[in-house]
Every structure is written in structure tokens, then in C-alpha cells.
Design a protein around this ligand. Structure first.
Ligand code: PLP
Ligand code: COI
Length: 341
């Protein structure tokens, strides 16, 4: 049980330095043993590949305190696999998947006092990441890398908790066909910074990106996948080679089918059809499920019938079931919950 002096119920999504982080270095073709370190600072060459050419990727997952007081993580094996995919695409050495999960377990265990108590709505966010650390001046991959995992307690990603969001259709693109949209590379987020600042300045919570090849299909937002609910209660979510394969989305598709008996459909979703949907939400580790009340397409408001004050009924059922699974209130599918002793 946590003993830190933190107002858990009012945490935002920010960085709080915790006690220990996991660090492993790659040199001469091999990863070292890895340690838990008390040092939150990183020293490296001014010419490090990550600083010059953004050779870096990351992951995000959460640890929770369950109703019966256990500390658990949600599907860390899928983060390990996705990070391996990101590394391969970024010409970085894969940190072995079993070691990735072990690093998560060790980091949570070493920061047990920072895991928010059950019932606060907060969680311990884990950020595994890797970067090219040696000096590289010609455009090529680094030879040396560092893999780290830090932990920070967080509350809701969007201010206002579960108040429905207002999104806008972005004029900027997020991912090119055959580009890096399907992996979790820092560069995908660097290029979204201008767009997110602009969206906030214009009064929107987030950008909805379209497919950059045709600009006719819905892709995702800067930090979450999108789900829609049809008027007859079917879950529809965009299928695209250029969006990040969200672990939350993949889990929700199974929850919708197996726990709620809903029909689900992963397919291209045209911008022109979204006014037909009854509900909309963003899903991701940070976003969990955040309801969307309105999407604005160049002045044209698409208002979902679920409205601007509450989650729609299907979104709420999905949210409650996912949270029940993560917090140990109902049985999870086999392998979804990793207990940390
Ligand atoms: N899409 C983007 C661009 C993201 O950054 C994230 C966050 O991780 C997601 C989707 C959601 O993925 P997940 O559910 O695996 O956290
Ligand atoms: C996550 O949900 O873990 C992410 O990495 C999204 C990011 C925008 C915070």
C-alpha cells in the first residue's frame, strides 16, 4: 500500500520522479545485465544519435492496485512485442521480450510505494524507452543504445476526467503510407507537437488525423485510437496500416464480443460516415476510454447523440468492464493480468 504524501484523487497526467528506474546498456552487440538506478539523469554525447536523428522508441503501460490489494500490470507482454516491432523498424536492437517484462516487474516492485491506492482512479504509469546513445554524425543508426523504464503516478490524461471531448479534423498529417505510424517512435509525436498546440489554442482537446494518402478516412488521434458505436450498438474501429495497434483497442474488441455480446468491426471508416454513429471514444493506456462528444470538421460540427455531459451507454459499459478487469473486480481473460509480488 502506498505511503507517499500525494493527493491521489487529484493527480493529473504529469511526471513525478519516483525512486528507481531500470537501466540497461547495449554495447559491442550485447545488452548488459541491467540495474535499478536511483539516478534520474542521463549523460551522453552531444552528438548522440537520438539527439541528432531521433533514433528512439517507447512504450506506455500501467500498474494498478486491485480491489483485493494486489499490484498488477495489464498485458505487458503485448508492450514487449510492440516495442520489439518498433525497434526493428528503427534499426535498434530488440530488448528481449521476456527481459522487457522482467524489467517492468522490477521497476514496479522497486517503486511499490508509488502505486496509487485502489479506488483513487490513479495508476502507476510505466514508460519503457530506448535510444541511440553514441555519437553519430552521418545519417546511420547508432552502435550503442540504452533501454530504460521509469515509473510515474498519473491521473486522467484529459483534464476534466470523463467529460466528453471536442476534437477537430486536423489539416496536418501524422503518418505517411509505408512510414512509421504503426510503431511507437518518438518522431511520430515530435511531428504532432505543432498540431496539438494549435488545436489547444483553437479550443480543441485533440486532433483527429486522416489517412494521408487520400485524406478521406479516419485514422486516430495523436495519442489514442478511436472507437465508434453504431446506432444499433456495434463497435466500429478504423483499420489502417498507419495507425498504432493499440493494446487497449485490441482488448476492447475482445471485451465487447466476449463480455458484452456486441458485434465488432475493424474496417476503414470514412470521414463522411461518422455523423451516422451514436457514440465515439478515444482508447489507449493513458486515455483509457475517453468519450468524444463532438468532432469539428472545418467549421462543420459533428455532434454525437451521446452528448457533451456523459459517456454514451455502450462506451460506459465498455469502460466499466475494462476497468473491472484491470482492477480485479471480474475475471480477466487468461494472461491479461500480470501480478507483481
Ligand atoms: N495511438 C497512439 C498514437 C498512441 O500514442 C497510443 C498510446 O499508447 C495509442 C494509440 C493507444 O495504444 P495503447 O492502447 O497500446 O496504449
Ligand atoms: C500511452 O497511452 O501510453 C501513450 O503513450 C500516449 C501518450 C500520448 C501519453
Amino acid at each position: 500500500m502506498s505511503n507517499k504524501n500525494i493527493d491521489w484523487n487529484n493527480l493529473g497526467f504529469g511526471y513525478i520522479k519516483t525512486d528507481k528506474r531500470y537501466v540497461s546498456n547495449y554495447k559491442n552487440g550485447a545488452w548488459d545485465h541491467g540495474v535499478l538506478s536511483g539516478d534520474d539523469m542521463i549523460t551522453m554525447s552531444e552528438c548522440a544519435c537520438v539527439l541528432q536523428y531521433a533514433q528512439t522508441c517507447f512504450e506506455g503501460l500501467k500498474a494498478y492496485t486491485t480491489e483485493d490489494g494486489r499490484i498488477v500490470c495489464f498485458r505487458p507482454d503485448l508492450n514487449a512485442a510492440r516495442m520489439a516491432d518498433s525497434c526493428r523498424r528503427m534499426k535498434m536492437p530488440v530488448f528481449p521480450e521476456e527481459r522487457f517484462v522482467e524489467a517492468i516487474v522490477e521497476t514496479v516492485r522497486a517503486n511499490k510505494d508509488w502505486v496509487p491506492p485502489y479506488g483513487t482512479g490513479a495508476s502507476l504509469y510505466l514508460r519503457p524507452y530506448m535510444f541511440g546513445s553514441d555519437a553519430i554524425i552521418g545519417v546511420k543508426p547508432a552502435n550503442e543504445f540504452q533501454f530504460r523504464v521509469f515509473a510515474t503516478p498519473v491521473g486522467p490524461y484529459f483534464k476534466g476526467g470523463v467529460k466528453p471531448l471536442t476534437l477537430r479534423i486536423s489539416d496536418f498529417d501524422r503518418a505517411a503510407p509505408k512510414g512509421t505510424g504503426h510503431i511507437k517512435a518518438g518522431l511520430n509525436y515530435a511531428m504532432s507537437l505543432y498540431a496539438i498546440v494549435d488545436a489547444h489554442e483553437q479550443g480543441y482537446d485533440e486532433n483527429v488525423y486522416l489517412d494521408s494518402a487520400t485524406r478521406t478516412n479516419i485514422e486516430e488521434t495523436g495519442g489514442a485510437n478511436i472507437i465508434f458505436i453504431t446506432k444499433d450498438g456495434k463497435l466500429v474501429t478504423p483499420k489502417s496500416e498507419t495507425i498504432l495497434p493499440s493494446i487497449t483497442k485490441r482488448s476492447l474488441l475482445q471485451v465487447a464480443k466476449d463480455y458484452l455480446g456486441m458485434e465488432v468491426e475493424e474496417r476503414e471508416v470514412a470521414l463522411s460516415e461518422i455523423s451516422e454513429f451514436a457514440e465515439c471514444g478515444l482508447c489507449g493506456t493513458a486515455a483509457v476510454i475517453s468519450p468524444v462528444g463532438k468532432i469539428v470538421d472545418h467549421g462543420k460540427e459533428i455532434c454525437f447523440p451521446s452528448g457533451m455531459s456523459d459517456m454514451g451507454p455502450y462506451t460506459l459499459k465498455l469502460y466499466n468492464t475494462l476497468r473491472d478487469i484491470q482492477l480485479g473486480r471480474i475475471e480477466a481473460p487468461a494472461g491479461w493480468i500480470k501480478e507483481i509480488n
